[in-house]
Design a protein around this ligand. Sequence first.
Ligand code: LMR
Length: 348
Amino acid sequence: MKSLSALCSILLLSLSLSVSADPIIIKFSHVVAPDTPKGRAAEKFKQLAEELTKGRVKVEVYPNSQLYKDREELEALQLGSVQMLAPSMAKFGPMGVREFELFDLPFLFPNSTVLHRVMDGEVGSKLFAKLDTKGVTGLAFWDNGFKQMSANRPLHNVGDFKGLKMRIQSSKVLEAQMRALGAIPQVMAFSEVYTGLQQGVVDGTENPVSNFYTQKMNEVQKDMTISNHGYLGYAVVTNKKFWDGLPADIRSELTEAMKEATEYERSIAQKDNDDALEKVRAAKTTTIYVLSDAERAAWRKALVPVHAEFENVIGKDLIQSVYDVEAQVAKEQQKPAERKKHDGKKKK
Ligand code: LMR
């Protein structure tokens, strides 16, 4: 009898051990190639999360829209079919959080210092608070980079866009941007862009070069203009119920893993885009044109009115916050002597 109960205890213990040894699975789905800033950072997060939690969490990364395309992935997250995503800011509009389109405004961010200060400051927190009401928790902002335009015709002047069908992400701001250039915007899932360009469903597109090259868009686009007219970055998000339900120690280890993965991501993004540009150049499929200062000024003139057009959708205060950060950063970057001169002038 005694030995039977001892056997039962051993069985129960091994059963409970095997149950508690089951790792928590995080399915991390995204739409780009593994060798992009987002793809590499997702892998980095996996490595860090599994290490820090000593295997109590297992992260499965699904790149290249393997699981879900753009529109579907946020629905899947809300339903709990996946636990983590990093959609570009433009993808949150259809979910009813149009404020994220702030990041789509053309010629809003002059450089990444301003951009990061905005993301990591009050504006970023406000945007994450909006997601909360949708059952989604924001974890981090990741970079890709500034976007370049491409087509099968040179795009130097605003007039060159006339009548071109341009693929855009699902953003009203991007729609307005293409219309302001005289083009015809067409929303299309990222996974369909290559075929769309190949078959002439669309004539051109915009993306940072890392996405352009890794999706082989250079094979189907003869001309690319280095315009840096807008930005493309990501919000890393998780299902709120899943996140809040995690044991506190696991949540804090995952928070640390995300912090380190974010630092890594931001440190590689610019170089990935620079390297991709060199690869496009080497492929000799696509003529790369850099806008002159005068041409860029003309693009700006055509596109900056989109900011005012979207004040009511995005919020005048959010747009103003970016202008304020820009002014602050410009002031800080002035050489001390210039600043003294400027302040002296102001006092008179
Ligand atoms: C796009 O749809 O062009 C991008 O959002 C893809 C991405 O996630 O970088």
